[in-house]
Design a protein around this ligand. Structure first.
Ligand SMILES: [Zn+2]
Length: 376
């Protein structure tokens, strides 16, 4: 049986250095490929074939110089034999090498940094959502690779809510979160959805970075640009994704915004706010704190102990969307971060942080918004 390793598919990323097939087992040395025109790398996704019943050791040898070396200790890779259920693999990290050990039953096994979210699945999600009652779909424009940038709008209320995910394409949990949001919001028998749709109009961008997603990037678009450093000055040449979404936000205005991400190093779910913007108000800040604290009370998967340091007065980086939207619109805006590792407060030995937990968190985030939508 020939053993092969390939990433030549949607969101694939790996370079094969060597494959050694011995009677004791299979050992492959691999490297993660940098984002195109960028130095960032951490996302991997590949298929190993010809290994049914074998012991397989996969050594990714260039992890020490990746974007977030602090993401590797305590991290476990995901693998799947059916591409539906993604389990934690036996994974170790030492001296810049991530070693993944598998013993697959099937001939082919898929391995990834986190449960992938393909562009095909994105199209399925958008097509399904667009067919639900009351939903408007708009293509904002095309990316540098010529992919559509999709916006879904639903609700009749006056509060203007923007939810957008996956500026960083390797953070696939962000689009799983979007599935939860859309599932709940488009369920006409869900009381939270009924209330929110009466009081607010939702503008939802399930994937801000289709090109990086399909190319198997960690952090950038087709031009190697980090979209979450473009919000002060986006351009059609370098960051059309941000240019188009920000222009649509300028049309509607923004009262509440969530930017959804994954964090490599911190083993917890947390949010970051807009402290340090020049025009910050007490009202904005207290609503942000109320959202954060209510979410912590609602779900044990969210906490406030761990997170990013807060910017000092006037020190906010306005190239980041959360700060830009808070400054530009006076919005209550926030960045939601889910882990690649696990939520260490509630670890799951089989799945770790997972698509199912991301989906549930999306639903819980809507419930918290419903509790305070009148005040937003
Ligand atoms: Zn991110």
């Amino acid at each position: 049986m020939t053993i092969s390793i390939t990433s030549a598919f949607d969101s694939g990323n790996i370079k094969v250095l060597s494959i050694n097939d011995t009677p004791d087992g299979v050992r492959a040395e691999l490297e993660i490929v940098r984002d195109h025109q960028s130095d960032f790398y951490q996302w991997f996704h590949f298929r190993v074939a010809g290994v049914a019943g074998r012991e397989v050791e996969l050594a990714i040898v260039n992890c020490g110089a990746s974007a977030y070396p602090g993401g590797w200790p305590g991290y476990r890779a995901r693998f799947s034999e059916d591409r539906d259920s993604w389990l934690l693999a036996d994974t170790g990290y030492a001296d810049g090498t991530l070693t993944i050990r598998l013993a697959p039953d099937s001939n082919a096994v898929w391995v990834a940094y986190f449960a992938p979210y393909s562009m095909e699945r994105h199209h399925d999600l958008v097509a399904w959502a667009a067919c639900q009652p009351g939903v408007a779909h708009r293509e904002l424009g095309l990316t540098l690779d010529g992919q559509p940038l999709d916006l879904l709008t639903v609700g009749e209320g006056e509060k203007r809510v923007w939810l957008y995910a996956r500026q960083h394409p390797g953070e696939t949990m962000a689009e799983w979160w979007m599935e939860g949001v859309l599932e709940r919001l488009l369920d006409e028998e869900d009381a939270v959805a009924r209330l929110l749709r009466a009081k607010a109009t939702f503008h939802i961008v399930p994937n801000m970075n289709p090109d990086g997603s399909r190319r198997g990037h960690l952090r950038t678009n087709a031009a190697g640009v980090n979209l979450n450093r473009e919000w002060h000055e986006p351009s059609m040449a370098q960051s059309p994704e941000v240019f188009l979404v920000r222009a649509a936000m300028d049309e509607t205005g923004v009262d509440f915004a969530m930017d959804v991400h994954g964090d490599e190093a911190i083993a917890a779910v947390f949010i970051a706010g807009f402290e340090g913007i020049p025009s910050i108000t007490e009202r904005q800040l207290s609503l942000y704190h109320r959202y954060r604290d209510t979410l912590a009370a609602r779900t044990p998967d969210f906490q406030t102990r761990l997170g990013y340091p807060v910017a000092g007065d006037g020190r906010a980086n306005l190239s980041m969307s959360t700060n830009q939207l808070a400054e530009r619109f006076g919005a209550v805006s926030m960045t939601l971060e889910m882990p690649f590792k696990d939520n260490d407060d509630l670890p799951d030995a089989d799945f770790g942080w997972s698509p199912a937990r991301s989906i549930q968190l999306g639903k819980d985030c809507l419930a918290v918004l419903a509790e305070m939508i009148d005040e937003i």
